[in-house]
Ligand binder design. Structure first.
Ligand SMILES: Nc1nc2c(ncn2[C@@H]2O[C@H](COP(=O)(O)OP(=O)(O)O)[C@@H](O)[C@H]2O)c(=O)[nH]1
Ligand SMILES: [Mg+2]
Length: 277
């Protein structure tokens, strides 16, 4: 048998959407916000556009905000540099590797600046899509933290705050934002970077769409194998000689996220009108 990998959902939703519990999570953030002075938004540097949820603008309101492009180690450095200069005109932004303490320390520095000059202790929350690196960054920030601060009157017991700067406290649990997966493009990209639960998509679809995108963008000159080549090279065979594309695709996606295909950014910064005007 000579099966080939195929797109199951060429004309359909790539991701089976799950609005219910995510909407609840968004409402919870809205509740926290009353206690929050500073918002730390974590976005995967490989999807700076799709990895953000524009609803955060309304949720955060006028609060000072730090945009953290995380996983810079997996993103194309030139693309990240362009995103940084694009965003820097609009807000405070840094690119970091959330797994490295020295890198997270950059966020510490900026947060200190945001809190400085404000009256009284400022309270910050980390928000972002699932798997964007929120917990890693919280852990990084808390590593230097003093002991837990006491609850303020009227604040629910379940929320815990840690002092991370002279007049800055951090909430120990993150706010989870809903992915805004409007276009099929945003859907496969968000699934590929891990922002969508596994049971919500077909990994074959994601691997195939990614490689098709890569091939188009590089005029076919990419060294990244397509799913078929990858599957056969890795020996993903079922009994009877059929290729097991499903499991192969899961490994493919894992390899992408382990950086084995190189540093790849899935979305480029828009050309800035301000620059050309
Ligand atoms: N390569 C890389 N991996 C990261 C980075 N930040 C977080 N991770 C990994 O990504 C996964 C999800 O991170 P986590 O902090 O749990 O994300 P959360 O779901 O937003 O809390 C974990 O395996 C982390 O080790 C980063 O900057 N680079
Ligand atoms: Mg987490």
């Amino acid at each position: 048998m000579n099966n080939t990998p195929s797109l199951r959902n060429e004309f359909e939703q790539v991701v089976q959407w799950y609005p219910g519990h995510m909407a609840a999570a968004m409402r919870r953030i809205d509740d926290y916000m009353k206690l929050i002075d500073i918002v730390i938004e974590v976005v995967d540097a490989r999807v700076p556009h799709s990895g953000a949820n524009p609803m955060l603008d309304a949720i955060a309101g006028k609060r000072p905000r730090l945009l953290v492009l995380n996983r810079e180690d997996l993103a194309d450095p030139l693309a990240t540099a362009r995103w940084l200069s694009y965003f820097a005109k609009r807000r405070r932004v840094i690119a970091i590797n959330g797994r490295e303490q020295s890198s997270v320390a950059k966020a510490n520095y900026y947060l200190g600046q945001l809190a400085q000059g404000a009256r009284g202790t400022q309270r910050a929350i980390v928000v972002g899509l699932p798997n964007s690196g929120k917990s890693s960054i919280i852990n990084g920030l808390l590593r230097r933290a003093a002991a837990k601060t006491e609850d303020r009157a009227g604040v629910t017991r379940s929320l815990q705050w840690f002092r991370v700067g002279a007049n800055l406290e951090l909430m120990d649990s993150p706010g989870i934002l809903v992915p805004k997966i409007s276009s099929p493009d945003a859907q496969w990209k968000l699934a590929l970077v891990g922002a969508v639960p596994r049971e919500r998509y077909d990994p074959e679809d994601i691997a195939i769409r990614f490689h098709r995108w890569l091939t188009t963008g590089t005029n076919g000159r990419t060294k990244v194998p397509d799913l078929e080549t990858f599957s056969r090279a890795r020996g993903f065979m079922r009994r009877g000689g059929e290729v097991d594309y499903h499991n192969a695709a899961q490994s493919y996606i894992k390899d992408f996220n382990d950086g084995k295909f190189g540093r790849i950014t899935l979305e480029q910064a828009p050309k800035d009108d301000a620059e050309t005007a």
